[in-house]
Design a binder for this molecule. Structure first.
Ligand code: NA7
Length: 550
């Protein structure tokens, strides 16, 4: 049911409109209220959670330790909440955010079931007008886009998708009531993180699961397990230090449960001989490929690591042909976001699981009964699309955002996203993006990056208010410099290797420009830069005073 059918449209003036009720949107609401600003949150879903509201597929789980992937703004919250596992599942994370929202009485500020359709800046009044699919018209000086990085789902352009008579479902739009999979013939298209997490769970209940793979994934064992009472106690005693380490670290992780994540590796794989490499493989399994400094920087080292990865696959997957098909061969380790799995590869040893290698047997069409490849028609009861997202810019670009002179953000970003510090784009005054392109974002623990952005924005708005400033906007020069810097630091890493095709680069979306979007400089350094900009009177931004009443 759409918002339009449920309620009368809202028309009103606010201090800030926040788009999205995920972790970023709800923390923004909390901070805006604390600042004494009148804010409203608009959310397309019928509940809070964002990513953790929509992605309900079997096996959906955080790939960062839950204790690290949690809010730090309330010491009481930290002490009261107990996580059950090292890496929490979707239901537990959704429950946590619901707990936070109720605990701080934030739910009443959210308008659910409503999608923002446009945000238009009026230069005369320095106000944004935000409209929604429910006919709402909200006017505010500030807009905070907490729209998420992986929130614009992609359906593949395969002929016949509509003709399938069975159940079709996307992992990122998994229905709350679930999907009947028991005893069914299930297909899953895709082998990214969503498919890698759901494959073992679906295989446990389906009569048969067929995985349609175009590109094999590098995935590493999550080593998830319950958190012990002793560990909970220790963490609760040391939260302050843990948070400090997160904020100054490279990826926003303190390393409390995995010290390897704290310090970048120093040893080089090229310094080891073949026997030593195999010994390391015996000891660390797939993890060996993430233990060496040169794997991220040298293609030669990367290829050695890739060979070890393939060797480990042959040890784990019994059928040699399946093991070979699952083994990535044509792109480097570290080009894509690491996938973390629970029993993905061993699932292919089950008699009820098969792999279709689309590189050998290309997909032709979806039919009434299933999927036709170049070889034959495969029949299914359920087709699961785990086909990814228009990442980082997708959710922003599908809103008609127009800044000064009616310029559309989607137009400005047609040749790749441009902004200053990943926070604001020139020509779009008073519009903030949280964990947007140009910031550490998806390369980091999102929770740490979300809090850092929201805190920075809150301090910025307090500064504007205290100094009677109506408008903040990056200068063209500061924006150019930042975009240049973001591109420069990514150059030479595996992220931008010519053979790398990742959603970080936007190449999974037909027609999207190839540009590395997140900032690879590290969470700690990035925070220092943002803090220095603020301390220097918002260097790189133009601040315009409010008109003095006549
Ligand atoms: P991803 O990582 O973008 O994976 C999408 C998968 O879908 C990937 O294996 C794609 O293959 C595959 N895909 C897409 N279109 C097709 C078609 N037409 N045919 C066959 N296969 C296709 O999305 P996820 O949701 O798994 O993960 C996103 C992030 O969420 C992840 O990084 C974590 O941070 C959490 P391709 O590689 O393009 O050949």
């Amino acid at each position: 049911m759409s918002g339009q059918e449920r309620r009368a449209p809202i028309a009103g003036d606010y201090d800030a409109v926040i788009v999205g009720a995920g972790f970023a949107g709800m923390y923004s609401m909390y901070r805006m209220r604390e600042l004494g600003l009148r804010a409203i949150v608009i959310e397309a879903g019928d509940g809070v959670g964002g990513t953790w509201y929509w992605n309900r597929y079997p096996g959906a789980r955080c790939d960062v330790t839950s204790i690290e992937y949690s809010y730090s703004f309330s010491k009481e919250l930290e002490q009261d909440w107990d996580w059950s596992e090292l890496m929490a599942s979707q239901p537990e994370i959704e429950k946590y955010l619901n707990h936070v929202v109720d605990r701080f009485d934030l739910r009443k500020e959210v308008v659910f079931g409503t999608r923002v359709t446009s945000a238009v800046f009026d230069e005369a009044s320095n106000r944004w007008t935000v409209t929604t699919d429910a006919g709402d018209r909200l006017v505010a000086p500030y807009c905070i886009m907490a729209t998420g990085c992986l929130s614009s789902p992609l359906m593949p352009d395969i002929p016949g998708v509509e003709s399938f008579k069975g159940v079709s479902v996307q992992t990122s739009l998994w229905p709350r009531e679930g999907v009947e999979l028991e005893g069914k013939r299930v297909a899953i298209i895709g082998t990214g993180s969503s498919a890698v997490q759901s494959t073992p769970e679906i295989a446990k209940v389906a009569a048969h699961l067929t995985v349609f793979q175009r590109t094999p994934a590098y995935t590493w064992p999550a080593q998830n397990r319950p958190i012990t009472a002793e560990e909970q106690k220790l963490v609760k005693e040391s939260y302050d230090a843990l948070r400090e380490r997160q904020r100054t670290s490279f990826v926003g992780i303190s390393g409390s449960f995995n010290s390897a994540l704290l310090e970048p590796p120093t040893q080089k794989i090229l310094d080891l001989n073949e026997e030593e490499r195999l010994q390391a493989l015996d000891q660390h399994g797939f993890g060996v490929t993430r233990m060496f400094a040169d794997v991220a920087m040298s293609m030669e080292a990367n290829e050695v690591a890739r060979a070890l990865y393939g060797e480990q696959l042959r040890r784990v997957v019994k059928d040699p042909e399946t093991a070979a098909a699952l083994s990535p061969t044509d792109y480097p380790i570290g080009c894509k976001r690491p996938v973390i799995d629970s029993d993905y590869f061993v699932t292919f040893n089950r008699p009820n699981v098969s792999l279709v290698d689309l590189r050998k047997e290309p997909m032709v069409e979806v039919t009434e009964k299933g999927i036709r490849t170049s070889d034959r028609e495969h029949e299914f009861d359920v087709i699961v699309y785990a086909t990814g997202f228009d990442a980082m810019t997708g959710a922003l670009n599908r809103i008609d955002i127009r800044g000064r002179d009616g310029v559309r953000l989607a137009e400005k970003w047609a040749a790749g996203p441009r902004n200053y510090l990943g926070l604001m784009a020139q020509g779009f005054p008073n519009l903030f993006t949280i964990t947007g392109p140009g910031s550490p974002s998806v390369l980091s623990n999102m929770m740490v990056s979300i809090e850092q952005h929201v805190d920075w924005i809150t301090d910025c708005l307090a500064h504007l208010r205290d100094n009677n400033i109506a408008v903040i906007e990056p200068t063209a020069a500061a924006e150019d410099d930042w975009v240049h810097h973001v591109n420069t630091v990514a150059t030479g890493t595996m992220f931008t290797a010519p053979s790398c095709n990742s959603w970080y680069l936007g190449v999974n979306v037909p027609g999207k420009i190839r540009q590395f979007m997140p900032y690879v400089g590290g969470v700690g350094k990035y925070r220092e830069k943002c803090d220095a900009v603020a301390a220097n009177g918002y260097e790189g931004f133009e601040l315009r005073a409010a008109a003095v009443p006549a």
